[in-house]
Design a protein around this ligand. Structure first.
Ligand SMILES: Cc1cc2nc3c(=O)[nH]c(=O)nc-3n(C[C@H](O)[C@H](O)[C@H](O)COP(=O)(O)O)c2cc1C
Length: 158
């Protein structure tokens, strides 16, 4: 069975999740960064995992468009959806629900909220201000949740 992971990542966290999922899956897995890689024919894949990260409440636009444009085809496949973000619990779940099409969320066999990472050295002044104001964090932190990634992969392999 062939699996495709399609992801986007602004600073690497959602990319790290994609590679971890690839390594945990027993299938043959193709990983695509939608920002830089060419998309293969979706017909070749039985399972699709789609993941990105949240900035100011939004998933990467191109990833959203990918889901909307291919929705009919995606609804015929085994689907996993994930996000990386700093919010936790209901707030994080809301961010996921608001950013993926509702039919896709309902159809997904796995939904993953993997936490996030903040590295102030990689941010510009504008981003630092947003983080302070929106999230209220001022130091580097990693909430990346490997346990959540493993639980997600278990649901996908079900
Ligand atoms: C400018 C900026 C805005 C962010 N906005 C949000 C947000 O609205 N909600 C949230 O939960 N996390 C937010 N985050 C945290 C990111 O989701 C987190 O850093 C994540 O690990 C980024 O993943 P990436 O490295 O794959 O882009 C924001 C981070 C930055 C730098």
């Amino acid at each position: 069975m062939q699996t495709l992971i399609v992801y986007m990542s602004s600073r690497g966290c959602a990319g790290k999740a994609a590679l971890m999922i690839r390594d945990l899956l027993p299938d043959e897995v193709t990983v695509i960064n939608l920002e830089s890689d060419e998309l293969p024919f979706l017909d070749s894949f039985h399972t699709l995992i789609i993941g990105g990260s949240i900035r100011i409440g939004n998933l990467q636009k191109r990833l959203k468009k990918f889901c909307e444009k291919n929705l009919d085809q995606l609804l015929k496949k085994r689907i996993g959806l994930y996000i990386c973000c700093m919010y936790e619990g209901n707030k994080a779940r809301e961010q996921l629900m608001e950013n993926y099409p509702e039919p896709l969320v309902s159809h997904a066999v796995g939904i993953g909220i993997f936490g996030g990472e903040l590295d102030f050295d990689k941010m510009n002044v504008f981003e630092r201000m947003i983080i302070k104001d929106v999230i209220g964090i001022t130091v580097n932190v990693s909430l990346f949740n490997e346990k959540a990634v493993r639980a997600f992969v278990k649901k996908i392999t079900g």
